[in-house]
Design a protein around this ligand. Structure first.
Ligand SMILES: C[S@@+](CC[C@H](N)C(=O)[O-])C[C@H]1O[C@@H](n2cnc3c(N)ncnc32)[C@H](O)[C@@H]1O
Length: 332
């Protein structure tokens, strides 16, 4: 998993498994390594949605740091893989030095190439073997697939035709949708849609995205982004305090915080109060509300009053000098 946040990447994994109904048992993990047992096909389908993870592996073994290459290679032979292999060593948070990582990678590939039952192909291996060094252990696995992270980054701020300094980071927008457990066909509303970052990602997840923004510039110019990324978004000009919608499966949004994003004259807490009430009105039972708020704004009380259960809260850095809280709640 990525190291951007201590808890958020694992919470995102858990949320997509829940959204995609993947039966799983969570095992003891390591820093930036989430371990579980689950059927391969649904687990890899769910994994391909993720923003804050890098790759999914089928585990071959977990070894104490400092173990000989012979033992790791023996475990790979035991796994009985078909086709050529290549080891790649990754280090988490300076668990080992770059020199040690390089020596381990070279040692593993050399040992494997001298082993009768393995073929090493460093250029184009049929099996990419990842050896991740974390918390004094080496976790070795065969790579199954990558997350959506790379493709998500192709839609980041600078690559959009219409950008505004208040735009959400695209990987955070995707994570918020994943935390909202959206599924193919879900109706997803962003009542403060701005440049449309959340909604473009919502379209990528094959949902039905609906946007609302009170600022005509945002409501109209966001369409340039929808066209550019060939997304189908229903965009409306209007006020989040009176949403012109009847039903949603999820509300995922980044309300204005008054600095780069104007509240258009409304007091912040009052604006949250109105929008949460409206979210409660349009959300189906057990529908998710995932949103950002200034870290000191007491929105938890408002959630409770409007029938929401707060599942989790994360403190995150939204822009370089702005920390906000990310709230994940569902309508009880
Ligand atoms: C933080 S920005 C949203 C950024 C957006 N997530 C993006 O990535 O571009 C907040 C947006 O809320 C809009 N807004 C402010 N007050 C509103 C209201 N009462 N109803 C609807 N939109 C409002 C602003 O015009 C602004 O576009």
């Amino acid at each position: 998993m990525s190291g951007e946040h201590d808890r958020l990447p694992a919470a995102e994994v858990e949320a997509v498994f829940e959204a995609e109904n993947v039966p799983r048992v969570v095992l003891e993990g390591f820093t930036q390594v989430y371990r579980f047992t689950a059927p391969l096909e649904p687990a890899s389908k769910a994994f391909r949605r993720l923003a804050l993870s890098h790759f999914l592996c089928e585990e071959i073994g977990v070894f104490k740091q400092g173990i000989s290459c012979d033992e790791i290679v023996a475990a790979v032979v035991e796994a009985g893989l078909n086709g050529s292999i290549a080891f790649r060593v990754r280090r988490i948070r300076r668990s080992i030095s770059p020199e040690e990582a390089l020596a381990l990678e070279t040692g593993l590939n050399r040992k494997a190439s001298k082993t009768m039952r393995l073929i090493v192909d460093l250029e184009n291996p049929e099996n990419n073997l990842e050896a991740v060094s974390s918390n004094g252990f080496i976790i070795v696995g065969r790579r199954i697939c990558s997350s959506a992270r790379r493709s998500i980054m192709t839609r980041s701020g600078g690559r959009k035709p219409f950008f505004h300094p208040s735009s959400l980071k695209v990987e955070l927008a995707r994570t918020m949708l994943n935390l909202a457990r959206v599924r193919e066909g879900s109706i997803v509303v962003d009542p403060f849609s701005g440049t449309g970052t959340v909604l473009v990602e919502a379209h990528e997840l094959q949902t039905h995205p609906i946007g609302l923004d009170v600022d005509p510039l945002m409501a109209y110019s966001s369409r340039r982004n929808y066209r550019w990324f060939q997304t189908l978004v229903f965009q409306v000009l209007g006020d989040a305090r009176h949403m012109p919608f009847r039903r949603a499966d999820a509300v995922v949004t980044d309300p204005p915080y008054g600095r780069r994003a104007s509240t258009h004259g409304f007091e912040s807490l009052r604006l949250y109060e109105c929008f949460i009430k409206e979210a409660s009105r349009i959300l189906r039972d057990k529908g998710w509300l995932v949103f950002l708020a200034p870290s000191r704004l007491p929105v938890e009380e408002i959630l409770k009053r409007n029938g929401f259960w707060l599942k989790e809260t994360f403190l995150i850095e939204v822009h370089s000098n702005l920390t906000r809280k990310l709230l994940v709640a569902f309508r009880g």
